[in-house]
Design a protein around this ligand. Structure first.
Ligand code: HEM
Length: 505
């Protein structure tokens, strides 16, 4: 019997490996790539903590387009400006979809903007863009809202009177409050219990979504469904966030006046009313809640992480900080803080913000795309339904595109006369039809916050002590990060800097 069981197991193993080999062979039309393991594919080819670095190394070996298999799913990684432009812009219509990822599908259910496709995505994106235009830059500009929020943030920071502090939470609150204003029409006090809970829920959910658990769930869904782990709590966390948004929606409906839209929710309610009864209408309350959630997810951690890197770089390069401040004081004087109209007159400041985004590289692999029909990319035929990863890192650090790609150098965005120059390879917001929907808002927030911070010299006086401690704890160069990696590393820095601060006292 023992021998029979052994033979059976051996037979089953050989059978599964052969079946996997036949079923999952790299299709002939595919770009090349490293060999993978039976069943598992290439999951061990990539460093899960810093996948963008693994992807860039693989490009040196296999070229700008190569293919990898994660479980049963074939993936094509795009590297370099030419390959990304061809896929996202020139052939953008065929690479515009998001892939079906079990974890994201179970939460978004095809609604909202970030993980929806087809007619729903087109409608929700168009609506969100026009609303953002109206509130962000049109009649009801968000500029005074951002400046007001900066004042609250500055007040909060001043409370520390130059003592070491961790600015992470305060900046997160500040940036999230701008999204609150946009979607709910009001801000929250930083100490508000409900608001604090919302912030914690987002933090927790984003950490799980960016963890190995989420990746394993998406690659080996059936097995992972049976195993315990943080992925099990994700649905519950997002449900709590949706309930929070639902409460705000309920309040809005009580005082909603279609002739005087106060915010995104009001506009959306009007759209629901306008399209009611129309065949195939995509506007309903469930979709509204998902869209609001998407604006928070995409618009908070990204901007706040970029700002944190800006502060870190300014502390690391005080000579650059001084030049920014000198420019601001020379152009604007010292009698009023900066406003959006000043941006064109502040080329050095603008160049520094661009360099922070390039060097900070906070969304190194963009969001995943998928082909929605067979398409030729880089001379290879990529069939419908293949997951596409645009490696933005490979463009932001491309040695062919940038004079000193691995150094923090605002000169990348200045010409010989010190005028600001746009660079085609500057794509932290990605490119093409899925280009970041909040790019203009993010750029406005980054400029107003950064210029105001430098104008008031808050970085040195309030943040410098803690940043100095952070630098004592880490190696020379701040790492390139995902927001979640940043969060985890910051937690480590924070506890290390706390220990040092206590010891030095
Ligand atoms: C998508 C970057 C701020 C809303 C994206 C993508 C990137 C990105 C790389 C993926 C694009 C693609 O799939 O090709 C950033 C960065 C930001 C930022 C670096 C700040 C520094 C914002 C803000 C908002 C926002 C402030 C909204 C208020 C969105 C949405 C999408 C998106 C809704 C999904 C678009 C779609 O699927 O059609 N962003 N983003 N982002 N972003 Fe941003």
């Amino acid at each position: 019997l023992e021998w029979d069981l052994k033979s059976l197991l051996l037979f089953l193993s050989v059978f599964m490996i052969t079946a996997d080999y036949i079923k999952n062979r790299r299709p002939l039309s595919f770009p090349p790539g490293p060999p993978g393991l039976p069943i598992l594919g290439n999951i061990f080819t990539v460093d899960v903590g810093r996948p963008h670095e693994s992807f860039s190394k693989l490009a040196a070996e296999y070229g700008d387009l190569y293919s990898l298999r994660f479980g049963q799913r074939w993936t094509v990684v795009l590297n370099g400006h030419k390959a990304l432009k061809e896929a996202l812009v020139t052939k953008g219509d065929s690479v515009v979809d998001r892939p079906h990822l079990p974890l994201q599908d179970e939460i978004a259910k095809g609604l909202g903007v970030i993980f929806s496709n087809g007619a729903n995505w087109t409608e929700q994106r168009r609506f969100a863009l026009s609303t953002l235009r109206y509130f962000g830059f049109g009649k009801k500009s968000l500029e005074p809202v951002i400046l007001n929020e900066f004042a609250h943030c500055a007040e909060e920071l001043k409370r520390f009177k130059g003592e070491p502090l961790d600015p992470h939470l305060i900046i997160n609150n500040t940036v999230s409050n701008i999204i609150c204003h946009l979607v709910f029409g009001h801000r929250f006090d930083y100490g508000d219990e409900k608001f604090q809970k919302l912030m914690l829920l987002f933090d927790r959910a984003l950490q799980i979504e960016a963890s190995i658990w989420a990746q394993l769930y998406n690659s080996f869904t059936l097995i992972m469904r049976c195993l315990p782990g943080p992925h099990k709590t994700l649905q519950q966390i997002w449900r709590e966030v949706q309930d929070f948004i639902g409460e705000e929606l309920k309040e809005h409906k009580k005082s909603w006046d279609p002739s005087d839209a106060r915010d995104y929710i009001d506009f959306y309610l009007t759209e629901i009313q306008k399209t009611k009864g129309q065949e195939g209408s995509m506007f309903d309350e469930e979709n509204l809640i998902m869209c609001v959630l998407d604006l928070f997810v995409a618009g908070s951690e990204t901007t706040s992480t970029t700002l944190r890197w800006a502060f870190l770089y300014m502390a690391k390069y005080p000579e650059i900080q001084e030049k920014v401040q000198a420019e601001i004081h020379k152009v604007i004087g010292k009698s009023r803080p900066p406003c959006m109209e000043d941006r064109a007159e502040l080329p050095y400041t603008d160049a520094v913000i661009h360099e922070v985004q390039r060097f900070g590289n906070i969304v190194p692999l963009s969001l995943p795309h998928a082909t929605n029909k067979d398409v030729q990319l880089g001379g290879f035929t990529i069939p419908k339904g293949v997951l596409i990863i645009p490696n933005l890192t490979s463009v932001l650090f491309d040695e062919k595109e940038w004079e000193t790609p691995h150094a923090f150098n605002p000169g990348h965005f200045l010409n010989e006369d010190g005028k600001f120059v746009k660079r085609g390879a500057f794509i932290p917001f990605s490119a093409g039809k899925r280009l970041c929907l909040g790019e203009n808002l993010a750029r406005m927030e980054l400029f107003l916050f950064f210029a105001s911070f430098i104008y008031f010299l808050l970085i040195f006086t309030l943040l410098f002590p803690v940043i100095t401690l952070i630098f004592l704890c880490v190696s020379n160069e701040p790492p390139l990060v995902y927001p979640h990696v940043c969060t985890q590393e910051e937690i480590r820095w924070r506890s290390a800097s706390k220990r040092k601060a206590t010891a030095s006292r």
